[in-house]
Design a protein around this ligand. Structure first.
Ligand code: G6P
Length: 362
């Protein structure tokens, strides 16, 4: 049938979609590049962002995790305050809104009912809304004032991969364009840096054998696994843990390195896998301190670091990309680890139990 053709020679959609990420990066650069070679988005959207005194990102699941990274990018590059909210919680825990909020809905499918409920609510209140989605003409796209597309191509596997990195790339573009429109110098060329990201992704997609090996060593016979990181690595850890639990059913949690001592460290036993990300220079020493603490209690640490920050103990070293863009590449080993862990445990990778690709009920 048609779905077999789309999968091509790949055993699973998830693996195909992981591999498509470098292409998606190049497609996004192309789609958002203007004739002068710079990046641009619809001027109406730029005006809406410039007019806002605060951005409220609303999303669920993996898209929420992309929002957490997007907040850092928009705040650091453009200097606009950003809040990120889980869509299903927003109705009960509505923050005190600023005077001129802009709502940004991040949704791969554009159909998540919890996010749509918030959109309906904020439209009723008269606030502007932008949807960042992979699906043109989706409900969230139609009902918002503005849309930015991910251009990632259809994502079939329930576990989201290429949509996440596409969301990060589009959020980086939003951050850069907003910075420019506010007269701020970001200090690097985003087109060039996203090109470097695409190349790094390609190299990572070529390291499947290593990832399969690491998954076998750390994740075949375990009931739980922890992902630790600080700063933006923490947000990628949340996504890495989500990937692993979704498809391998290993109980996995992402934690901020500094929070370990406040509870989680009690769960460390002999052989507990702890995957640590170390891509940020300013927290490199402290996350390595956390690794020592868990290792001293019997954990089996797997350190994934960025070139330039690595030590002899590291399990895998990522190619260098700009420090604002590390989540775009540090997530790839975590996607592959989840994939191989699920495969080794005979799980249904593309259609995990109890989960749906898009959740259209509240
Ligand atoms: C479901 C999917 C997740 C996805 C979430 C949000 O739970 O299984 O992969 O992250 O919905 O979906 P959205 O389409 O709004 O990004």
């Amino acid at each position: 049938d048609a779905s077999d053709i789309e999968k091509g020679t790949y055993p699973h959609y998830m693996l195909k979609e992981i591999d498509e990420q470098p292409l998606v990066m190049r497609k996004i650069i192309q789609k958002y590049q203007d004739k002068n070679g710079g990046l641009s988005i619809d001027s109406e959207i730029v005006e809406a962002i410039t007019a806002a005194d605060r951005v409220y990102i609303i999303a669920a699941g993996t898209s929420y995790h992309a929002g957490l990274v997007g907040k850092q990018m928009i705040e650091k590059l453009a200097g606009i305050p950003v809040e990120v909210h889980i869509s299903s919680e927003f109705g009960y825990n509505m923050p005190i809104l600023s005077e001129k909020p802009l709502f940004v809905f991040i949704s791969q499918s554009g159909e998540t009912a919890d996010s749509r409920a918030v959109l309906v609510q904020v439209k009723e209140m008269g606030y502007p809304a932008l949807t960042i989605t992979n699906v043109p003409g989706s409900t969230l796209s139609r009902e918002a004032d503005y849309t930015l597309l991910l251009h990632a191509g259809p994502e079939i596997a329930v576990a989201s991969t290429k949509a996440y990195t596409a969301q990060l790339a589009v959020l980086a573009i939003v951050a850069e364009v907003s910075a420019k429109s506010r007269g701020r110098e970001i200090g690097f060329d985003l087109v060039q840096e996203l090109g470097i990201v695409a190349n790094a992704m390609e190299a990572l997609c070529d390291s499947k054998e290593i990832m399969e090996h690491i998954a076998r060593e750390f994740l075949t016979v375990t009931r739980n696994a922890f992902f630790i990181g600080r700063a933006v690595d923490y947000y990628v850890c949340l996504e890495g843990a989500l990937k692993l639990k979704e498809i391998s059913y290993i109980q996995a949690e992402g934690f901020a390195g500094g929070e370990l001592k406040h509870g989680t460290i009690a769960l460390i036993e002999e052989g507990t896998p702890v995957i640590a990300l170390a891509t940020q220079e300013n927290v490199n020493l402290s996350i390595r301190g956390n690794v020592k603490e868990v290792a001293a209690r019997g954990a089996n640490p797997c350190i994934i670091s960025m070139k330039g920050l690595e030590t002899d103990e590291d399990t895998f070293v990522l190619p260098v990309v700009h420090e604002q863009l590390t989540p775009l590449i540090s997530v790839i080993p975590l996607q592959l680890l989840a994939y191989y862990a699920a495969l080794h445990r005979d799980c249904d990778v593309d259609k995990p139990r109890n989960l749906a690709k898009s959740v259209t009920v509240e």
